[in-house]
Design a protein around this ligand. Sequence first.
Ligand SMILES: NC(=O)c1ccc[n+]([C@@H]2O[C@H](COP(=O)([O-])OP(=O)(O)OC[C@H]3O[C@@H](n4cnc5c(N)ncnc54)[C@H](O)[C@@H]3O)[C@@H](O)[C@H]2O)c1
Length: 292
Amino acid sequence: MTNVGVVGLGNMGRGMAASLLRRDFRVVGYDASAASAQRAAEAGVELVDSLAEVAAQCDILVLSLPNPQIVEAVINGADGLSKHMRSGTLILDTSTSDPQVSRRLAAQLKEVGVRFVDAPVSGGPSGAQNGALTFFIGGDEEDVSRATPVLDAMAKNRFHIGASGAGNVAKIVNNLLCASHLVIAAEAFKLAESAGVPVGDLLESINAGSGRSGVTMYNFPSRILNGAFNSGFTMQLMRKDVRLAMSLVKSQGLELPIVQDMADVWQASESVIPDGDDFNRIVQFSAAEAQE
Ligand SMILES: NC(=O)c1ccc[n+]([C@@H]2O[C@H](COP(=O)([O-])OP(=O)(O)OC[C@H]3O[C@@H](n4cnc5c(N)ncnc54)[C@H](O)[C@@H]3O)[C@@H](O)[C@H]2O)c1
């Protein structure tokens, strides 16, 4: 039996652990927060108290962490994974992270025989819980092949995009589109309402027409118009993803003015919408901005 370690047992990591347990993997988990760890333990994860113990017990480590700085700290920090992993360990980093950080970590760890694959995901906590995530993968073919049984337990779709870092490039572009579609749809629907047509009356037609997007097909009916705002993906994380996109734009020396405007909306929302709120709340902010 392969022992899989899951580091980061939050909204996503907890569900991934549950999907791995259903496929009869032994799952050893670690989280810096006792509350997150406890919820995962209730689902059957064997908790350990340190990164050293996860590294000692597992051949494959799945990371699900908030941002690239924390991924870096978990690997290279004092008493981090790099101090304890055996040669041959495979890390599957499912965090939405910086492609440059992924590339640097993959190169660094390769020197000591540890393999690192960036494998960020889409599909939210329900996709994690149901083994129905979409994976965007960057890394060597042989490492991705080796991770196949673990990926199979968690994935509905997986795309091996390219070499190390390519998974995070794809994921950042995916979330840049989602973030943008939310902002533009909020303004477009403000226009419809102002012209006398409520969103609820036109959404079905838009979704049968060429203006549709994931946001109009899924977020508006399931999370926004019904007032639920319960996706399990926070404003803090989407603002981080938009920042990652802008950092990628900068590193490429590009000027993307429409993307910049959209990023400014997400940045400005920081003083109004708390970090812990659902990311779909941006539609209320951008629609209000559009009204001014
Ligand atoms: N929530 C979603 O819908 C969603 C969807 C796709 C991708 N993601 C990405 O997946 C990642 C995780 O997202 P989430 O929603 O589960 O976040 P989360 O905040 O719910 O969970 C992150 C967990 O990491 C733990 N953690 C933080 N620092 C740690 C450390 N040093 N060592 C060990 N554990 C630590 C936290 O205690 C927390 O339990 C993020 O990169 C996010 O962008 C989230």
